[in-house]
Design a protein around this ligand. Structure first.
Ligand SMILES: *Cc1c(COP(=O)(O)O)cnc(C)c1O
Length: 340
């Protein structure tokens, strides 16, 4: 049996989730006639105090639709340089929306109102119009870092004052809320739009949600269709999402606790340094040269632990629904053995 620390996207539906999927009542969602999709969208919108929601095949599609609704060609999107919309969506802001991007070097993926303000372009006709700010919470490559409510509120106030739209890439927003204790509807009020992944820590096999005003979502629905994202009996997938929202949020704290315990063991290993602060379920650390991430990971693989490198020295571990207490014990034993 291998232990998978590659990503929280690798989870399989639980038996109970599969049962919920099998029992889903479905219809044709392109006609907005799938009761399970409708129930999921309503539940998520209500949770975050938003008027409406749209179920999409992926988080990337949610982010990309949001950028398209918020911007016009020649506009500019402001975000942190490690953010998913820049690093992992194939330049979709340019491909889909003909928008430019202004990157900010933040603190472990997080950006401040001061940094955003100085990234706003003056209104010269040779500069793109600064239109949209995107925050990521938690910041994935930033190390699973969490924005405090006050930090997000300050960004939201700046965006209102400067007439910038504000989108939250909340692929892991429930990991963030688990740590901050903030209420989803209070966080929701700070943003014009939010994307949420059901297929990360929440353990659904497929699916993400985009949230916003009725008008925003009506426009988003048209764009989703134009990009081939209109699905038919999607209720089978939405049922997994509903099950996840009802049953898999509370348990995220276990993933965070397990990550912190692994971090304590890593700190005792002579070949490891620079363990980034562990705030949620994501761990980044370096192996000391001349050892490389590749060689270290090959060693782990011999012991049945899978993970991926993020550069020559850097490794990422991610805990998730399918990483059990028993696997934690095993992982700690293997790390102890390798660390000697
Ligand atoms: C995973 C992820 C997404 C969306 O990814 P998909 O694989 O397209 O669902 C968006 N933002 C962040 C921060 C992510 O980690």
């Amino acid at each position: 049996m291998s232990i998978n620390l590659i990503s929280d996207t690798t989870t399989r539906p639980t038996k109970a989730m599969l049962a919920a999927m099998m029992q889903a009542e479905v219809g044709d969602d392109v006609f907005q006639a799938d009761p399970t999709v409708n129930a999921l969208q309503e539940k998520a919108a209500k949770m975050f105090g938003k008027e409406a929601a749209l179920f999409c095949p992926s988080g990337t599609m949610c982010n990309q639709i949001a950028i398209s609704v918020h911007t016009r060609p020649m506009d500019e999107v402001i975000c942190e340089k490690l953010s998913h919309i820049y690093q992992s969506e194939n330049g979709g802001y340019a491909f889909n929306s003909w928008a430019g991007i202004k990157l900010i070097e933040g603190d472990r993926g997080k950006i401040s109102p001061e940094q955003i303000e100085s990234a706003i372009n003056p209104p010269y006709d040779w500069l793109p119009i600064s239109r949209l700010v995107v925050l990521e919470n938690t910041c994935n490559i930033g190390g699973g870092t969490v924005y405090s409510f006050e930090e997000m509120q300050a960004v939201s106030e700046l965006c209102k004052a400067k007439k910038l739209r504000l989108h939250l890439d909340g692929a892991r927003i429930f990991n963030a809320l688990t740590e901050s204790g903030d209420a989803p509807n209070e966080v929701g009020a700070l943003f014009d739009s939010i994307s949420i992944c059901l297929s990360k820590g929440l353990g659904a096999p497929v699916g993400s949600l985009l949230l916003g005003t009725k008008e925003f979502i009506a426009q988003a629905r048209r764009i989703r269709k134009a990009r081939g994202g209109g699905m038919r009996q999607a209720g089978y997938l939405a049922a997994a999402g509903l099950y996840a929202l009802e049953n898999h949020i509370e348990r995220l704290k276990d993933d965070h606790r397990r990550a912190r315990i692994i971090g304590e063991q890593l700190a005792k290993m002579p070949q490891i340094e620079n363990i980034r602060p562990i705030e949620t379920n994501i761990m980044f650390f370096d192996v000391k040269a001349p050892l490389t991430a590749e060689v270290f990971l090959a060693k782990l693989k011999e012991h049945g632990i899978l993970a991926v490198p993020f550069g020559k020295q850097t490794v990422r571990f991610v805990t998730h629904l399918d990483f059990t207490e028993q696997m934690l014990e095993q992982t700690l034993n293997i790390l102890k053995e390798i660390g000697n």
